[in-house]
Each structure stands twice: as structure tokens, then as C-alpha cells.
Write a new protein. Sequence first.
Lengths: 308, 250
Amino acid sequence: MSILVLAEQHDGQLAETTAHVVAAAKAIGGDIDVLVAGEHVGAIAEAAARLDGVSRVRVADSAVYAHQLAEPLGELLVALADDYSHVLAAATTTGKNVMPRLAALKDVAQLSEIIAVESADTFKRPIYAGNAIATVQSPDALKVMTVRATAFDAVAETGAASVEAVETVVDNALSRFVGEELASSDRPELGAAKVVISGGRGMGSGDNFTLLEGIADKLGAAIGASRAAVDAGFVPNDMQVGQTGKIVAPELYIAVGISGAIQHLAGMKDSKVIVAINKDEEAPIFQVADYGLVGDLFEILPELESKL
Amino acid sequence: MKVLVAVKRVIDYNVKIRVKPDNSDVDLTNVKMAMNPFCEIAVEEAVRLKEKGVATEVVAVTVGPKAAQEQLRTALALGADRAIHVQTDERVESLGAAKALAKVVEAEQPELTILGKQAIDSDNNQTGQMLAALTGRPQGTFASAVVVEDGKLKVTREIDGGLQTVELALPAIVTTDLRLNEPRYAKLPDIMKAKKKPLDTKTPEELGVEVASRLTLVKVEPPAERQGGVKVGSVDELVDKLKNEAKVIS
């Protein structure tokens, strides 16, 4: 078996999620190649070559792959896929955008967001917002999959894979990158943070999210939000933790003013330690929290910040 | 321009699901079904485009069992002009659905096709992208804004860490994210009128496609239950527990 992992990029660097996807590839077993596609991606390729278990990094360096647009990236994957039994990407917005194109053009089913490898053709994945776990077997010769990064521990960076250029360059007349507005923050990325503190509807307003910032600074935490807080317009959607947002599994998750709707729990219940702060002691979030504190968040948060 | 909008019949958003005792699947007997929430957003966007005078006709389509007609009638009540039902009792996964939709796109030639980004049953997030690949059309997935401008489509996409805007050549495929719009409710007179709007039924055989899933569903289990812990009485106690018991902060 041979496996191709599509590298994920973030701000001109190799994204942390890639090391988790390589771990999923190791669980399947076989030779592992990593594809780095983009413009001026030499440093990303070098970082990918250090990932343990990778035998070869294939680099497609061209302006056409800048911004990871699905149309050219999908074509590139189609051109390379015949060398592989499995093609994997992280279940990020990039992976979700491009992988189904590969699957459709190779006429195979895709397995989305796998959380466990049972064998080379059988995988576990959550369905119904994580309220059921399906074990699914694929008879296709090529398995196209996205991987929930938090379900696999990252591989170490002790490898020394070879780096080779890919000659295939595709055209793209269909789509054009116009612009990007990325939240600039010194905080870690939600999906990769060791500590996450999230606010819900109980925060009352977007301004009140500043109460979380001091604590996040002290803990090196990323700040998230429930869908209710996003729907109420407090914070942007990219902060959303839940089945329709980001799936996180940090060492410590602090839920503030979040009742604990199923759709939120689906996004954070695999966290190692969960803390819930809520004034309603009947809130469902307490049923999954390791430590619950009932009370007024506007009193608790400043006190917590001062005592950390 | 003509807009095609795809909808899926799924378990109602508010229903708590149960796994069958034999672990063969989720139990859907006597469970309330509804239009997938992301598909509601897709229908709303299509209807708004028509209200703005951008779209001239909105055609709703579904791939599914006979009962999925209910969701097409809902789409018609919300403002779609006519509907196409690709009727099948097979367990259809994304690839099969995309193949059937590709045939409908081929026949209807819509300039814009809008789908939900994912269905809340299988949580696949694949069909729109597959349809785009099969029809050779560009895609604007996870859309939070869609604007038709000078014969092109500008789509603002919800991506990890923020927003991305892409410009697509038409015809194109769009999938909806949560913030694209807030769907309306169907009014009773519109529900009555929808019963008289045209609804064509086709079979996958008539379209010349194989829609049955090739994946084997080995088993379905409930997720591991997380046990609740303790309530602490104060911030001091919380900080102490986190430092000395859980050892997750220093």
C-alpha cells in the first residue's frame, strides 16, 4: 500500500494538522508520501520532510496552486492518485473543499472525517453530529478520505524524507482568488490549541468576550464560541466550536455561559479536561464537565483571571 | 438566469437520534423528518436571487424516497417554481447523489446550482464538490455571501481562520454555510399553492445513473458517553483542582 497525504498550510507554514493526518496514514500502514502544493513552498516541504514516517515529499510549486483553490488542486490530485491506494487530507475547510473532487473524478466514494482506522479498508467516522459512530468499509481500489486531526496524535518531527518536485502543472480558467480576510491573532489556532476557552450566549454581547481574553492570555489559550453566540452576532463564525464549526480536543476546555447543546458538545467532548462555568446549575454542559462552577460569569471570570 | 437548488430529506434538526439495538443503523422509524437545514439556506438564497430579479426560474431537485416529495413541496412553498424528484429507495451516498444531480444539471443547464454544504445525517460535506467536479464547473463552497457581477459569481467563503473571496466563471456550483442568510418560513397560502406547482418524477434508470452506495455500513454505535465530574464551590477550588488534580495548568 502507498498513501498520499495532502499537506495543510497556514500562513506560509506547514499546519500542525498535517502531523496528525500522517499519524492516521501510519495507522493504515504502507509507504507515506506528502504532497505540498502551493507557491514558494520550499520551507513547508522541508518541514513536511521532518515528519516521522514520511518517505517522500512531493512538491508542486506553482502560482496556480497558491490559495489552494479546489479546481487546480483537485486536478493535481487526480493526476497523482494512480500511484496510491489511499489519499488523505485533514478535515479542514481546504481538505473538505478539494477531496470530494478527487473522489468524484476517480469515481470512488469518499470517507469524511474519519476518527479511527480499523484496517486498511475499514474506518470509523461520526454521523448525526457525533451522536452515532459508523464503521464503514470501502471496496474501492482508491480510498479518498478526510481525517479529523484531533482523533490522532501528531507524529514526531524526527524524520528525514526525500523531497522531489512534481512536474504536473494544471490550468485553471474556472476560478480566481480575489481576497482573504483572516483574523489576525497572536493566540494559537483553535484547532491546535492546548487550551481553549469558549463563550456562549450567556456572555451577553461581543464586547463581553474581552473578559475571556485576559484568561486566554494567561493560559496561552485560543478563544472559541458556541453556535448560539455566533448566531447572536457576538463573534464571527470562524470562532465557532461545534459540529457546524471547529472540532477541538484540547488538554483543557473551559465553557463559559454555554448551555451545552448537542451540536456544541459534538465539537468539544473529546477534550481531556472540561470546565463549565454557568449560572444555570441544570445546564446540560455540567453533564460532561469534569469541573463545574455554578455562578455569575461576570464575577467569576475576573476572579479567575486574577488567580491564575 | 436559471437556478437549480438541491434539497435533502433528513431527520429533523431537533430530534435526538437512537441507534438500532442490532447496531445496523440509526433508527428512523416514526421519526420526524424535515428539509436539511443547510438546504433550507440554499432554497432561501435561490428565492432571494429571484426576488432581486437575478434569477428567472428556481428549480428544486431531490434524490431520495417517495416521501422526499414533502421536502420538494416545502421548497415550492418557499418560492421554487417547479421541482424534480429523482426517486429511489436505495441508500444513496454523496457520490450517487452527485451523479444523479449531474444528469439533472446536464438536462436543465442551470447557470447556478446551490446546495447545502452538508447534510446533518451523514455529515459528509461532499455532494456539492462532487457535482462541481462531475460537471466541470467551478465551486464556491461554504458560502456566506453570493453576488452575481458582470457575468461572474463572487462567493465569500467561510474558511478556517476567516473569509476567502473567489470569483467563479458561470455556470457554477455553490454550497451554503450558516451565515449566508436566515431562511423564511412557508406561509399557509403558499403551502396550498405549492401543491399545484409542477413536480416531475424520474428514476435513476431513466437518468442512466447508478446511485446505490458502494460503501458497506458495518455497524453503527452510540458514541462513548462522557461522565460528568464534580461541581466546585469557588474559583479557588477550581484553580486548585486544575493545578493539582487534573494537572492541566501550572
